[in-house]
Design a protein around this ligand. Structure first.
Ligand SMILES: NC(=O)c1ccc[n+]([C@@H]2O[C@H](COP(=O)([O-])OP(=O)(O)OC[C@H]3O[C@@H](n4cnc5c(N)ncnc54)[C@H](OP(=O)(O)O)[C@@H]3O)[C@@H](O)[C@H]2O)c1
Length: 337
């Protein structure tokens, strides 16, 4: 088994759903025996445990995750582990794997969802960060959703974390002008000096919308949002025509017990929905098409409409006020003559 004579397994358990920001008392700890390997299973020793913001939502037993936690359960989580003993045909002792061992030293796996790690690619810990789930998030969200074009302005929040740093550097490789948002001077210096971002704004320095305006004089073409809240509000005031917003994470809200005021966009992420701006004047070339199609439906009786007619120009103000109170029913018109 392990090279020590250890037979015990230390575990960190779920104690209760946090109220607001998590505190250590939301967790428990216990010690169990290292489990015995059954047919079709392998035992691994956790080398690295990933800590990810979404665990805070799992601790709420949020519907969007499959995991369900009851008091005393071992905390769930991604790990990089070394296979110690295997009765599984695809794994052998010594393999390094990305596996959901949770917050414990040893765990069994049946191999489902387990990924073998090639230690020659990069340090194995990266399988939990930039070469793992967070890296894939930043990469796919940028390449396939944000789609920055060369020269366009790409803004990313939480820009030094694994998701944000991947998103920003992928956008840089795609030729975009990349502006980070981060919460300290040290993080911003790292973004510019180490990751080659063109600029970085510290949102704790004051008026973020104004700082973004200065850093993005031609507006923001792509915003990769990792935090939501006030940061998203400031970005929304600086969008360029045709901007794309990738709603990736909403960490500001994870520790709130009730969703923040305003439209709560969390379900947009869960539903993989997209939001697009519509300005009718961009579609004026479709006026003839619309007139032909809809008038045809009116004539064949498959399209209904209503008009709410007020008689006399002198009654227009009252009719307009009624419209703005929702007291019209159908297209509000004034019959002038
Ligand atoms: N959609 C998906 O499939 C998916 C997948 C993975 C991750 N995510 C999301 O992506 C985001 C980044 O994840 P990550 O793993 O790369 O984390 P991370 O960036 O290493 O850590 C979170 C960072 O968020 C920033 N932050 C901003 N406002 C915050 C607040 N009110 N409270 C706490 N932190 C705040 C902090 O950086 P600053 O100091 O720079 O602000 C903090 O360091 C998270 O929202 C995560 O849930 C989404």
């Amino acid at each position: 088994m392990s090279n020590s004579s250890t037979t015990t397994n230390q575990r960190i358990t779920f104690a209760r759903s946090p109220r607001g920001l998590p505190v250590p008392e939301d967790f428990g700890r216990d010690v169990t025996l290292i489990p015995t390997v059954g047919e079709g299973q392998f035992l691994s020793r956790t080398l690295w445990l990933s800590l990810d913001p979404y665990y805070r939502n799992v601790m709420k037993n949020s519907q969007i995750y499959a995991d369900r936690l009851a008091a005393g359960d071992v905390m769930v989580g991604e790990t990089v582990a070394e296979v110690l003993e295997s009765r599984h045909p695809q794994f052998t002792a010594g393999d390094i794997v990305a596996v959901r061992n949770g917050w414990q030293q040893y765990a069994l796996s049946n191999g489902v969802g387990v990924r073998k790690i090639d230690p020659t690619l990069a340090p194995v810990s990266t399988a939990l960060g930039v070469l793992g789930m967070p890296g894939l998030t930043g990469y796919a969200g940028t390449v396939y959703l944000g789609q920055p074009l060369p020269g366009q302005t790409f803004v990313v929040s939480a820009c030094t974390g694994p998701v944000g740093s991947t998103a920003g550097q992928v956008a840089k490789h795609m030729g975009a002008r990349v502006v980070g948002i981060a919460g300290s001077t040290e993080k911003c210096d790292y973004a510019i000096k180490e990751m080659g971002f063109d600029a970085c704004v510290n949102y704790k320095d004051g008026d973020l919308a104004a700082a973004l305006k200065a850093a993005c004089p031609r507006g923001i073409d792509v915003y990769f949002d990792n935090v939501a809240g006030d940061t998203l509000v400031a970005v929304l005031r600086n969008l360029a025509i045709g901007a794309r917003i990738v709603l990736c994470g909403m960490i500001e809200a994870y520790s709130m017990d009730t969703p923040p005021a305003g439209p709560w966009l969390g379900p947009v992420v869960g539903a993989r929905a997209s939001m697009k701006g519509l300005v009718v004047y961009d579609h004026m070339n479709r006026m003839d098409e619309m007139t032909r199609v809809v008038s045809g439906w009116i004539r064949d009786g498959s399209f209904r409409y209503r008009e709410d007619v007020t008689l006399g120009l002198e009654n227009a103000p009252e009719a307009f006020c009624a419209l703005m109170q929702g007291r019209n029913f159908g297209k509000s018109l004034v019959k002038v003559a």
